[in-house]
Ligand binder design. Structure first.
Ligand code: MFU
Ligand code: CA
Length: 208
């Protein structure tokens, strides 16, 4: 009788022990799992921050490169590396249009680009424009549309007192209706009707 009880108790003890051990081992597994999750999260956060650090460094390098490039390009393109259709000459920037239009429209198109129809006030400038226009008709900022025979530059300055380069026999106000000036063969100036369609030259100061 006593022996049986003893065996029973022994079995219960063994069972309990078994349970305790099982509990302990599964606890260890959970703790290990939690630790590895934690480790993964930490690794993830660390690598994320590293990646974002590297990408911001890369961005800085890119910006620096761009700054260097564009400051170098300013040597080649004094009118701005982003505005290469503007040509530099003696402190000014010039745009030679690719389309022909009326004098008034040309004036407006230059103004839309913060510039004005070219004013030719020196031999050097006249030569530059002659080489560049190659006998094609290009509007310049000269007209007598306010008072017949009083040729004025677009900035209001009188043209008769300064530099002129009229073709021989011009301005002739042909048909009594020629109030706008353009450069023509060998860059010489002629007056034509303002609605005639010519290419045009815009001018503006070069950026500092
Ligand atoms: C000349 C110019 C006119 C016009 C005509 C075709 O007149 O003065 O402005 O261009 O040639 C004969
Ligand atoms: Ca004429």
């Amino acid at each position: 009788m006593d022996k049986e009880r003893l065996q029973d108790e022994l079995r219960i003890f063994r069972d309990r022990n078994f349970l305790r051990q099982k509990l302990r081992s599964s606890l260890t597994v959970y703790v290990l799992l939690a630790l590895s999750y934690l480790l993964i999260v930490i690794l993830f956060v660390v690598s994320l921050s590293r990646v974002s650090m590297l990408s911001s460094q890369l961005n800085e390098m890119r910006k620096e490169l761009k700054r260097n490039n564009s400051s170098n390009d300013f040597k080649l393109f004094p009118c701005g590396p982003e505005a290469r259709e503007w040509e530099y000459f003696s402190g000014k920037c010039y745009y030679f249009s690719l389309h022909a239009t009326s004098w008034q429209r040309a004036k407006e198109l230059c103004e839309e680009e913060h510039s004005f129809l070219a004013i030719i006030n020196s031999h050097a400038k006249q030569n530059f424009i002659m080489y560049r226009t190659r006998n094609q008709r290009f509007w310049i900022g000269l007209s007598d549309r306010n008072a017949e025979g009083e040729w004025k530059w677009i900035d209001g300055s009188d043209s008769t007192t300064g530099f002129t380069y009229w073709k021989e026999g011009e301005p002739n106000n042909s048909d009594q209706n020629e109030d706008c000036a353009h450069v023509w063969t060998y860059g010489e100036w002629n007056d034509v009707h303002c609605t005639y369609e010519c290419y045009y030259i815009c001018e503006k100061p070069a950026p500092p």
